[in-house]
Design a protein around this ligand. Structure first.
Ligand SMILES: [Fe+2]
Length: 271
């Protein structure tokens, strides 16, 4: 990862905006479609009052879309902290503190959420935890400049790849590995996560051709070494909303286990 912090992040300072939640939600929805994300700075929360901060975050999220649960227990507000106690073999990124390479969330599910928001309560004070973003638009721009790009995009968008389902999201609690199959690129959508895909390939049950693997390797290179990737820190009270279909996000490793974010996933409301 490059250490360059590109400063053209799509910020909106809530304190100076004079927007009520309704108008703020209109602006957020507009940017989720047009830009793919927005960072609301100085969201009006007390970062020590986790309960109340979560409620305000939820109130705003309900104006943007329909919040959806993270697991079978109808949990809408999800804590993101380093969870060293988790014994799960395939941990989700919200459970560990290693680098989370650029990815989309829930790429293994039948319908990944359209949007999600992250509210920073405590940032990592160790210098780690740098956030990164890369848009599908810029991925396609880079792919299109490659030789054989048509064939490449055809494979990525019309063949089914295996995505492994993390243990906490498995339908069955038995040891059996579960996959969901589907293309990586769809209409105005990408599903991508290196470890999920590469762990899937370790299983003989996973069905994937050599041509598919080669196309994936090229895409991986394009994504993980991309000129257009933006790097920035999420500060306390920063509230970022990301379009999970058109924007990849990542985070560098951190060692400060006080880092605490909360996340809400949501789907678009039908018009
Ligand atoms: Fe994520």
């Amino acid at each position: 990862m490059t250490n360059t912090l590109i400063q053209n992040i799509n910020y909106l300072d809530y304190k100076d905006s004079n927007l009520n939640y309704f108008d703020l939600a209109v602006r957020i929805k507009k940017d989720l479609d047009a830009v793919g994300y927005i960072v609301i700075q100085n969201f009006n929360v007390d970062t020590d009052n986790v309960e109340e901060a979560g409620q305000k975050f939820l109130e705003l999220s309900q104006l943007i879309g329909t919040p959806i649960s993270h697991d079978g227990n109808n949990k809408i507000i999800w804590d993101i902290k380093s969870e060293s106690k988790s014994k799960s073999f395939i941990k989700t990124y919200s459970e560990h503190s290693h680098e989370a390479e650029l990815h989309t969330d829930s790429q293994y599910s039948f319908y990944p959420e359209d949007y999600f928001g992250l509210l920073t309560l405590k940032k990592a004070e160790c210098g780690g935890g740098v956030s990164s973003l890369l848009s599908l638009k810029n991925i396609l721009k880079t792919l299109t400049a490659l030789e054989n790009n048509k064939e490449l995009i055809e494979i990525l968008s019309s063949t089914d790849y295996p995505f492994i389902v993390p243990n906490v999201f498995k339908k069955s609690k038995e040891d059996k590995v579960e996959f969901n199959y589907g293309p990586i690129l769809r209409e105005n959508e990408i599903r991508f996560r290196v470890d999920t895909f590469e762990k899937a390939l370790m299983h003989k049950e996973a069905i994937c051709s050599t041509a598919q693997i080669e196309a994936y390797q090229i895409l991986k290179e394009v994504i993980l070494n991309n000129y257009f990737t933006q790097y920035f820190y999420l500060e306390p009270k920063d509230l970022i909303f990301i379009n999970n279909k058109t924007m990849l996000h990542g985070r560098s490793e951190f060692s400060d286990d006080k880092r605490h974010l909360i996340r809400i996933r949501m789907n678009k409301n039908s018009k």
